[in-house]
Every structure is written in structure tokens, then in C-alpha cells.
Design a protein. Structure first.
Length: 150
């Protein structure tokens, strides 16, 4: 075998390994959880135009225009917000609001925050959330339903 054939074989094998790892990482569902150390310490770091002052919670999605994951996330969050009373979905393109990246510690898109009316972060999700896991994580933060059956 010539050196060129061996080099080509190594490049093909390394490429296949990288593609496999990338596909496996993409399939892994992001975790839905409470804010961790990456969450903003000061609720005042969230601009008032991104919160809901009427008592509703906001699913605040930080996106980039050309990301298919952001489009998928937008669909999931829109459906969840439509199904859960007291919840609104807002999508923020970080290309138009780059000043939010550092104070909110947004490392990649999509990143979704669940915030209350004061801008306090209740939940953070990186990547495309699974609907059932997201609904389960949001429900404890929703106000109790009003009205009595019957």
C-alpha cells in the first residue's frame, strides 16, 4: 500500500467516527432542570420587555435564525404555551439582542428560560426540549387552576 492510500483510509475512519459521535450527541435529549450555577444571579439582568407583568410565566427562547434546532424548539414551546394557561412563549433572536448573551450566560442556542413576572429564572433548558419533560418541569410553577368543576 502506498502512503496516500493509508492516509486516505485514516481520514475516512476519523471522519466516520466524528460523524457517529455527532449524531449520537444530537439524539441525546437535553436535560430540563432548575437553574444551576450558569443562571443569572440578578433577576434585574433580564429586560422588562421579556417578562410578563400580568402574572403569567414566560417561556423565553433564545435563538439564532439559521438553526434547525431553534425552529424545532419554537414549535415545541409554542405548543406547550398554547396548552398551558398562564404561560406565554417569546422567541428572541440573539443576532438582534447580543447584549443579553453575557449577563444571561447564554452559551449556545437554543436556550430556553422559564421566567416569572419579575424576571426571575425558574428553569433553564439547553437544546430542543422533549415536550413531556418540559410540561412536567413547568407545571409546579404554574398558578393553581381557578374555577370549580361541575
Amino acid at each position: 500500500m502506498t502512503a496516500a492510500v493509508i492516509t486516505l483510509g485514516v481520514i475516512v475512519v476519523v471522519g466516520l467516527v466524528l460523524i457517529t459521535v455527532g449524531l449520537l450527541r444530537r439524539r441525546r435529549a437535553p436535560e430540563v432542570g432548575t437553574p444551576g450555577p450558569e443562571a443569572p444571579a440578578d433577576p434585574g439582568s433580564l429586560p422588562a420587555d421579556l417578562t410578563a407583568r400580568d402574572g403569567r410565566l414566560v417561556l423565553l427562547q433564545f435563538s439564532s435564525a439559521f438553526s434547525s434546532s431553534c425552529r424545532d424548539t419554537r414549535s415545541v414551546l409554542g405548543d406547550v404555551a398554547a396548552d398551558l394557561p398562564g404561560l406565554v412563549h417569546r422567541d428572541v433572536d440573539l443576532a438582534t439582542r447580543p447584549e443579553l448573551v453575557r449577563p444571561l450566560r447564554l452559551h449556545h442556542t437554543p436556550t430556553t428560560l422559564l421566567v416569572d413576572g419579575r424576571g426571575r429564572e425558574l428553569l433553564r433548558v439547553s437544546g430542543v426540549p422533549r415536550r413531556a419533560a418540559l410540561v412536567s418541569a413547568i407545571e409546579p410553577h404554574l398558578p393553581p387552576a381557578t374555577g370549580t368543576p361541575g
